[in-house]
Structures are given as structure tokens and as C-alpha cells.
Design a protein around this ligand. Structure first.
Ligand SMILES: O=C([O-])CC(=O)C(=O)O
Ligand SMILES: [Mg+2]
Length: 592
């Protein structure tokens, strides 16, 4: 069946995304114009359910609140159910922002704005899209981290599906309970490693919800096609297990066969229910499962791991942008990655792939420029036997180095990239050493949320005497050093995954290939212009993110076509304008 993501007709706001049309009975339904007659609707007759009156007001997908017009109030049995004033969406947005700005804590803002998502979806996305820089730190890192820590307490309404050990053998039934039948993007976590905050069990659900909100706002994926999932196999977080408000299974994590069986049942069900083209993004799994699951399912499913591949692609984009300032090719430089988990080894690997591709070197040769440091110090050949598989390709001959300073002294890297989850891992001494032998040292402190960042933006500039090219995973305010003010670029996978999703959806990709991430990274780096570089900004502003996502989506789709992984034929001639036209816009539609 055709995907539901269809190009919009230009100049016709009302039929743009045609998820509303009017049934003979006069209510608003959720069919899609020409798609209404397809098998999708035929097998799910309830999808045509008419919403009117109070039901319409309580349906976040269609509710417009005070913005329902007089005519709509008459037509859809709303008269008297709303106060008399008719607001524009602009005025509603102003009110939302006004209220949001009154709160003292970020968590209050989070609760308030997520409430809006569950009340009036289009208004929520308009606020997100048009105020993206203000909203990102609320719906995403760092606040989403705190929201996950307190998720049981702030939980109000289900949004997404929970698959727990109790549901073994019944996962398919769970999918049947989800009302949307045209899901195109799933983000799934098991909550074992939420950002750098560790095991938060089922409360990790805040992450898939937040990531998918960004798929919509940043990448133009349609809300009804997104599905947040948390797989609950228990938690090893004792304080959660003792917390009366904990909303998950109250048991230690299941492992081994029991764990694998549940994941497998889930993975098989995704394909069975939504077909081969549903994208499954693995998010915030612990290392011991993340690499394994990615390897296992990338042969059979459209999957990627955001923490390994998404974070890698965004860091690569930052390094490619940095070359404009530091000169040379990628392999003219050396890279020291502090933290050798998913993100660290993902960055190492994509960097080696890109060097190999750009400079016609073998991947093994390229890897020699890249060094890893883990909790035991520099990853070297001497440690080979005891290393986890994913670290082995980067174990080079070297004497041991146990501290950051000794490793920097020995390797003399151009770029220091932190994915350690250790606040303060980039010490004053380390940063001073890094800037002692070069003019523009690269410092990426990528761990999230802010409380786990390897150093603050200010520390990076102060300790390198204003020399560094800095980026962080979580947002930092601008830093003034001397007479210069630096805007802090956010090297966060949210630059990549929305465009990656868009590219997969518009091409009907059936597998994710590493080259699609290389294409995404290059497309992002290509968005860096001289005015960014003047301010040493390695990432463009989020204000431009939708256009950037369209570029990334087009590049990803082009690669999918080239690799024979795309199924939507014929290939659109101009993928960039096609991508743009496919993107969801949250302006209200008129209900006739
Ligand atoms: O969620 C984020 O901000 C980036 C990410 O994937 C992580 O830190 O795990
Ligand atoms: Mg993550």
C-alpha cells in the first residue's frame, strides 16, 4: 500500500495534508482523500469514526480549541461548548508562550507543553516549529532527562505503547490497540541507558516521545505516523523499584533468552503490522544490547541506532565543517575519543568510513588516526584480548596512558571528543595541554544531559584561552571570551535523525545502510556557510532545521535509490523539493 506521506498541493493550504475530510454525517474523520478507499481503511473501519461535539474537542489530533470558527461550531455540534471568542492560531500560540514563560522551572514548562501535545497537536507543533530554539531544551535534552527521572510522578496520559514482560505472546495484540494504522517511524527504548542518566526503566518513555516530537517538528514526519515504544523488562534502579509512584514492572531486568525473546517478538510484530518500510530507531539501550540488536536486526529490518549512528553522523558533520577552519583532510588530523561506548565507537567507525571514502584509503588505515579512551585509559593493543569487540579495531600499539593529560601529550590529537557521560572529564589541565600545541583545538563535549557534559562551554573557552572550536550535546548559552562572543553549536543527533527518517519515508527505503549516514553527515556539513565559520559555529542554527532536514532527507533518499534500497518508484526528479513538499505543516485545516 502507498505510504501516507504524500506531497502537498502547493497553494492550497486546506488540502495540503489531507488528514481531514468530512464524512456524509458531517463530522471530521481521519481518512486521507484518495487514500480513503484503500485497504488501509477497509481493514480498520473505525478509522473513519466521526468526531464531533465534545469528542472533537477532546481529540488532540483535530481539536483547535478556541480557534474553531463560527461555521465549524455550527457544523460540528460545538456551539456552546466553547467560550464565544474565536482566536487565531497565532493568538493561541502567543498565549501558550506567554504562559510557558511564567514558569520558574524547566520541568513545569515540560509538563505544560506536553499537555498541549495531548490537547491540541497542531498548536503544539506550531509552537515547536516556530520557536524551536526556545522549545528544544524543554521537550528534549536537558529537560527531558529530568522528566524521565520523574516520569512516574508527572505521568498524566498514555502516549505510545508499553510492551512489558507481562505481554509475552501478546505483542501483536498491543499493536492492534494502537489506533493509527499507518505508522512509519517507531522510536523504541528499553530504558537501560537514558541519556547519560543510566537505568530509568519504563520511565525512559520520555525519550521516544521527545524524539518523535522532533521527527515531526524538525523533520516534517506526520504525527499520526509516529509511534513511541518502551519495552519494560524491569529495572536495576533500586530507588525506582522502591518508589511507590514507579510506573513500570517492579522487578530486576530480565536478561538473556527472556529479554531476546521479547525484543524479537516486538521486532517481528512491527513488520507484520506496519510492513517492511516502517523505520525502527533504537534509542538509549545499554551497550551490551545496543550493538548486538543493531547487528541482528539491520539485516532484516529498516533499523538504526541513534546513539551509535545518529550521534556519529552529527559529530562527523561537525568535523567536516571544522576542516574549513583548521585546513587539511580528515586524515591529516588525529582524534581522541574519550568514552568508548555506543557514541564513541560509532563516531570512530563513521570517521574511518568517511576517511576511507574521501581519501581512497583502506578503513584499517583510516582507523590509525583514531584513538579511544575508556574507563581503563587509552585503548591499546596490549589490552586487546580483554576488549569488547567494538573497541578492538581501534586498539593501536602504544604504551599505556591512564590519564587524559598523558593521552593528549602522547597522541597530540587535533580533536578531543567526549562521549563518556562523565561530567568534568575534560579537565583544566587536559584542555590546556590540548591548546598548547595548536591554534584551533576541537573540543566536543557530547554527553547528555548538561549535567553529564565533559566540560561546560565556558570551561572550554577559558581553559583553551578562547582558541577552541567547541560543540556540546546539550545546549549551552553563548560564551564571551575577551572581546568575542561565541554561539555554541549543538552536536546532537537531532540534526540527523529527523532528516534520516524523512529520507527513508519518501524513498520507501527498506534498509538503512552506513552510506546513508555518510550522506546525511555531508548534507548537514554542507549547510555551514562563511557566516557560521566566522563565529566558529560548526552547526547551523536550529531556526533553519526544516530546510536542513529536507536537504538531509533528499541526500539520504538519493543514496537509498543509488543502493537499490528504495521502493518508491519512479524516483522523484528533484528529491529536495519533493522532500519539502512531503513535510507536515501544523497550520489548522478548515473542517467543512
Ligand atoms: O537525546 C539526546 O539528546 C542525544 C542522545 O541520543 C543521547 O544522549 O542519548
Ligand atoms: Mg540517545
Amino acid at each position: 500500500m502507498e505510504s501516507m506521506l504524500k506531497p502537498m498541493r502547493s497553494g492550497d493550504q486546506d488540502v495540503l495534508d489531507k488528514d481531514a475530510s468530512v464524512t456524509p454525517q458531517g463530522g471530521v474523520n481521519d481518512t486521507y482523500g484518495e487514500d480513503a478507499a484503500t485497504e488501509n481503511v477497509a481493514i480498520t473501519p473505525w478509522a473513519r469514526l466521526v468526531a464531533s461535539g465534545l469528542e472533537l474537542l477532546r481529540n488532540p489530533k483535530y481539536n483547535k480549541g478556541t480557534a474553531f470558527t463560527e461555521e465549524e461550531r455550527d457544523l460540528h455540534y460545538l456551539r456552546g461548548l466553547l467560550p464565544p471568542a474565536v482566536f487565531t492560531q497565532d493568538l493561541q500560540m502567543e498565549r501558550i508562550l506567554h504562559n510557558l514563560r511564567q514558569y520558574e522551572t524547566q520541568l513545569e514548562k515540560y509538563v505544560d507543553i506536553m499537555d498541549l501535545q495531548e490537547r491540541n497537536e497542531r498548536l503544539f507543533y506550531r509552537v515547536l516549529i516556530e520557536h524551536v530554539e526556545e522549545m528544544l531544551p524543554i521537550v528534549y535534552t536537558p529537560t527531558v532527562g529530568e522528566a524521565c527521572q520523574k516520569f512516574g510522578r508527572i505521568f498524566r496520559r498514555a502516549n505510545g505503547i508499553y510492551v512489558s514482560l507481562k505481554d509475552k505472546g501478546k505483542v501483536l495484540d498491543i499493536f492492534k490497540n494502537w489506533p493509527e494504522k499507518d505508522v512509519e517511524v517507531i522510536v523504541v527504548t528499553d530504558g537501560e541507558r537514558i541519556l547519560g542518566l543510566g537505568d530509568l526503566g519504563v520511565q525512559g518513555m520520555g525519550i521516544p516521545i521527545g524524539k518523535l516530537a522532533l521527527y515531526v517538528a524538525l523533520g516534517g514526519i506526520r504525527p499520526s505516523t509516529t509511534l513511541p515504544v518502551t519495552i519494560d523488562v524491569g529495572t536495576n534502579n533500586d530507588s525506582l523499584l522502591k518508589n511507590p509512584f514507579y510506573i513500570g514492572l517492579r522487578q530486576k531486568r530480565a536478561t538473556g533468552q527472556e529479554y531476546d525473546d521479547l525484543i524479537h517478538e516486538f521486532m517481528m510484530a512491527t513488520k507484520q503490522v506496519y510492513g517492511e518500510k516502517v523505520l525502527v530507531q533504537f534509542e538509549d539501550f545499554a551497550n551490551h544490547n545496543a550493538f548486538r540488536l543493531l547487528a541482528k536486526y539491520s539485516a532484516t529490518h529498516l533499523v538504526f541506532n541513534d546513539d551509535i549512528q545518529g550521534t556519529a553522523a552529527v559529530a562527523l558533520a561537525g568535523l567536516l565543517a571544522a576542516l574549513h577552519l583548521i585546513g587539511g583532510t580528515l586524515s591529516d588530523h588525529k582524534y581522541l575519543l574519550v568514552g568508548a561506548g555506543e557514541a564513541g565507537s560509532g563516531i570512530a567507525e563513521i570517521l574511518a568510513l568517511e576517511i576511507s571514502r574521501q581519501e581512497n584509503k583502506s578503513v584499517d588505515e583510516a582507523r590509525k588516526r583514531i584513538w579511544l579512551m575508556d574507563s581503563k585509559g587509552l585503548v591499546t593493543k596490549a589490552r586487546y584480548e580483554s576488549l569488547q569487540e567494538f573497541k578492538k579495531p581501534f586498539a593501536h600499539e602504544h604504551l599505556p596512558c591512564s590519564t587524559l593529560v598523558s593521552a593528549i601529550k602522547a597522541i597530540k590529537p587535533t580533536a578531543l571528543i567526549g562521549t563518556s557521560g562523565q561530567f568534568g572529564a575534560f579537565t583544566k589541565e587536559g584542555l590546556e595541554e590540548l591548546s598548547a600545541y595548536q591554534d584551533l583545538p576541537i573540543v566536543f563535549a557530547l554527553s547528555n544531559p548538561t549535567s553529564k557534559s565533559e566540560c561546560t562551554a565556558e570551561e572550554a573557552f577559558v581553559y583553551t584561552k578562547g582558541k577552541c572550536l567547541f560543540a556540546s550535546g546539550s545546549p549551552f548559552p553563548p560564551v564571551t571570551y575577551g572581546d568575542k562572543t561565541f554561539v555554541i553549536g549543538q552536536s546532537n543527533n537531532c540534526y540527523i535523525f529527523p532528516g534520516m527518517g524523512l529520507g527513508c519515508v519518501i524513498s520507501g527505503a527498506i534498509r538503512v545502510h552506513d552510506d546513508m549516514f555518510l550522506a546525511a553527515a555531508e548534507a548537514l556539513a554542507a549547510q555551514i556557510r562563511p557566516e557560521h565559520l566566522e563565529k566558529r559555529q560548526l552547526f547551523p542554527s536550529f531556526k533553519e532545521i526544516r530546510i536542513i532536514s529536507a536537504h538531509i532527507g533528499a541526500a539520504v533518499a538519493a543514496k537509498a535509490y543509488q543502493l537499490g534500497l528504495a521502493t518508491r518508484l519512479p524516483q522523484p526528479k528533484d528529491l529536495f523539493s519533493y522532500a519539502k513538499r512531503c513535510m507536515y505543516t501544523p497550520t489548522y485545516r478548515r473542517y467543512r
